[in-house]
Design a protein around this ligand. Structure first.
Ligand code: SF4
Ligand code: MG
Length: 337
């Protein structure tokens, strides 16, 4: 594989007492250094499990994992857990929605950043401490030399989020995965943190995966977008394409929840009714069909046949509506000029 990150037909299934949870069911994509991929979908669409799978953080013992994850020419699914743990932290890092899942309450913020650095670098504590202070300053924490000795609970939510980003960046990760990094924060802090991720990406040339339920978050930040539903990719393409002329009815619904979209357009969009499907009992055929206003239109087999992404194109759409009809519906009904 020549791409920096090459994910091929990734599947992560969990056996449970109620049945097999198909959390991720055949996801493929590539990502180059310096580029950002947005993975978008409602909660329960499999987007978080996809990222955990890439980082080897899914429950290895319990999950049935198949497919390939190539990081810079090294395959991670078949690699020993110890090797993946080493790469995590050294070359890959993750920013979580809730900083408290990544930070320990009993240790100071500085001690945790120093530890994360020294696991991978044989340097004196004083050197690592200097790096921690420097990073805390870079993520916008005032008086970092003083705050470095504070505990996580002494930080505000936004500051704690920044501290976690500093910790994730301490080893200049080449692959950074951010899972809903701003959901819990107010709008101003959200914008600052997204700017920060962008700046750091420009500086270090990292590949970034941004996971969100909000198409608006990735519209400006991502180069490419992958829309997930029921553990599968239903639409993928450049951010421009997905944002300006999406073709999957589910993506049309997601667009409708975006405040940046013009009011006249937003008012015409059909809100997505109902809730995401159970990953144990996915509806047959197109998993979106119970919620789709177009299902069965002109006799298309939505209930019985699983639609697949067209291969080898730069815009993939898994929907039975013929491409020309999808484009016409979007242009005439969804977003008329
Ligand atoms: Fe809707 Fe059918 Fe397309 Fe699925 S395949 S998105 S149900 S029109
Ligand atoms: Mg999630």
């Amino acid at each position: 594989p020549s791409a920096f990150l090459d994910v091929r037909d990734l599947r992560i299934h969990f056996p449970t007492d109620d049945g097999l949870v198909r959390a991720v069911d055949g996801i493929s994509f590539t990502l180059e250094r310096g580029r950002t991929l947005g993975i978008v979908g409602e909660s329960g669409s499999g987007k978080s499990v996809t990222s955990l799978g890439i980082l080897g953080l899914h429950h290895r013992g319990r999950a049935r994992v198949s497919g390939e994850v190539w990081l810079d020419g090294e395959e991670l699914i078949s690699a020993p857990a110890e090797r993946v743990r080493q790469l995590r932290g050294q070359r890959m890092a993750m920013i979580f929605q809730d900083p408290l899942t990544a930070m320990h309450p009993y240790f100071t913020v500085g001690a945790q950043i120093i530890e994360a650095y020294r696991v991978h670098h044989k340097v004196a504590k004083s050197v690592a401490r200097k790096r921690a202070i420097d990073l805390l300053g870079r993520v916008g924490i005032p008086q970092p030399a003083r705050r470095v000795d504070d505990y996580p609970h002494q930080f505000s939510g936004g500051m704690r989020q920044r501290a976690m980003i500093a910790m994730a960046l301490v080893n200049n990760p080449e692959l950074l995965i951010a899972d809903e990094p701003t959901t819990a924060l107010d709008v101003t802090v959200q914008a600052q943190i997204l700017d920060l991720i962008r700046d750091l990406q420009e500086e270090f040339g990292s590949a970034v995966i941004m996971i969100t339920h909000d198409l608006g978050v990735v519209a400006e930040l991502a180069d490419d977008i992958l829309v997930m539903y029921g553990g599968k990719c239903v639409e993928e393409g450049t951010a421009q394409t997905i944002f300006r002329r999406p073709e999957h009815p589910y993506a049309w619904g997601l667009l409708g929840s975006m405040p940046r979209v013009d009011r006249s357009v937003r008012d015409r969009l059909i809100p997505i009714k109902g809730s995401p499907p159970s990953l144990i009992n996915l509806p047959g055929g197109c998993a979106f069909h119970p919620r789709c206003p177009y299902q069965g239109r002109n006799g298309i087999p939505c209930r019985t046949e699983v639609p697949t992404l067209a291969e080898g194109s730069d815009h993939g759409v898994a929907c039975h509506i013929p491409p020309s009809d999808r484009r016409r519906i979007f242009a005439e009904d969804i977003a008329p000029a």
